[in-house]
Design a protein around this ligand. Structure first.
Ligand SMILES: *Cc1c(COP(=O)(O)O)cnc(C)c1O
Length: 399
């Protein structure tokens, strides 16, 4: 029997909705691409987007900016982080997270994770106590949402400001509350591989008027902050506007137009992602020797990627297993690799951090963790074929 091969690319997103393309072309024709470059009483795409996103997210204030990583470093700054400060962060995340902490001159205090890819709340509590950190940058990595009641309780106990990195949880919920509404500030990415796609882009949301005003002015609004869409009252700006440095990182009208066309589709798309995810989850979790992290009841996830542990494959055989799947068109990323590859790296490869800790559970869990993107250009039948290939190849590498 010939071996089935999967031929679709794992990096192929859907096209931008027609309305967004048309509007982007109009903007290009007008030449007015900058968010403050408006003719007469023309509405700004960027500020309309901010208003619409704030309403959908359920936050009082929203800033659209140049990237998710930019939103994170701005969030750290407006929450008062200064050079030399310590910032708590879960160790299972992607490089822009420690990078943002480094960008503001702060020092990451990496926290271990548990078997289900969540921040280890006991380690968080211990490190909150001894580190003196006043900020937790919690990355809901690959959409796995920790017990947010416990996380918030720990933050409150030590007077720690919680920043949520929702790059993978745009639209996900915990106890019916949207991810990003648990801390002081939340950040989102609209980079191509996330839940909305403008190539590059990001959001910062908050309910704190002063933090919102600082973020808007520091994003590079000059004294045109009044042209933003979801902002606090003028008196708040009066207080902070001359004390907020301009860290230029605005969103432009083209990206805003593309995102405005996607926002009305997002709920439908989240449901489509979960159909694909649930299909893969059912197949993979039924395979001998495969572990898939348990989701908590309270979590409403968005399955835009899937993680599983190939427990039956020896660590030294994982590269060959990944290569065998790749040869049949199935692209798996290995989070346990000593050598960082593509978008994936393990925390101990971030060598610019002094005193990288040994985090036993993170290392153990990532050692066998494989990660797969699930773009919306896939169908349920595609997911079945992908699962067949993984199952088939795993048999060759079972120890
Ligand atoms: C993508 C991503 C970011 C950064 O977003 P960019 O828009 O690419 O700067 C931050 N955190 C996580 C977990 C991400 O996956």
């Amino acid at each position: 029997m010939s071996k089935h091969v999967f031929t679709k690319p794992f990096t192929q997103q859907e096209s931008i909705p027609e309305a967004g393309i048309e509007r982007a072309v109009e903007i290009m024709r007008s030449g007015r691409l900058h968010r403050y470059n408006l003719a007469g009483d023309e509405a700004s795409e960027a500020s309309c987007l901010e208003r619409e996103y704030a309403i959908w997210q359920g936050a009082d204030y929203c800033l659209a900016c140049s990237s998710g990583g930019y939103a994170i470093q701005l969030a750290l700054r407006v929450c008062g982080v200064v050079p030399g400060d310590k910032v708590l962060a879960n160790a299972y995340t992607l490089a822009p997270v420690p990078g943002a902490i480094h960008n503001v001159g702060a020092v990451p205090v990496l926290v271990d994770i548990d078997e289900n890819y969540h921040i280890d709340c006991d380690d968080l509590d211990a490190k909150a106590k001894v580190s003196g950190a006043k900020v937790l940058l919690l990355s809901h990595m690959r959409g796995h949402i920790a017990d947010m009641d416990r996380v918030v309780e720990i933050c409150n106990a030590y007077n720690i400001c919680l920043i949520e990195d929702c790059a993978h949880t745009m639209g996900a919920k915990w106890r019916g509350i949207r991810s990003g509404n648990f801390g002081t500030v939340a950040t989102f990415s609209t980079q191509t591989y996330k839940h909305m796609n403008s190539g590059e882009g990001g959001f910062l949301t908050t309910n704190d008027p002063e933090i919102a005003a600082r973020a808007v002015v520091s994003s590079g609004s000059y004294m045109l902050y009044g042209r933003h869409g979801a902002i606090p009252a003028e008196e708040v700006f009066q207080k902070i506007r001359l004390h907020s440095p301009n860290y230029s990182g605005r969103m432009d009208q083209m990206r805003a137009a593309m995102l405005r066309a996607q926002l009305p589709e997002i709920e439908k798309n989240l449901a489509r992602w979960n159909l694909l995810y649930d299909k893969l989850h059912a197949r993979l979790s039924s395979m001998e020797g495969v572990t898939i992290p348990r989701r908590k009841q309270a979590e409403e996830y968005v399955g835009s990627s899937i993680q599983f542990r190939a427990e039956v494959v020896a660590k030294q055989s994982i590269p060959a297993f990944v290569a065998a799947c790749a040869a049949r068109g199935v692209e798996l990323k290995w989070f346990g690799d000593d050598e960082p590859k593509a978008f994936t790296s393990r925390y101990d490869s971030w060598r610019y951090i002094d005193d990288i800790p040994v985090l036993p559970t993170t290392l153990k869990v990532l050692e066998k963790t494989l990660d797969m993107r699930v773009p919306l250009t896939f169908t349920e039948a595609d997911c079945a074929l992908i699962a067949d290939i993984i199952e088939d190849e795993m048999k060759q590498f079972t120890q």
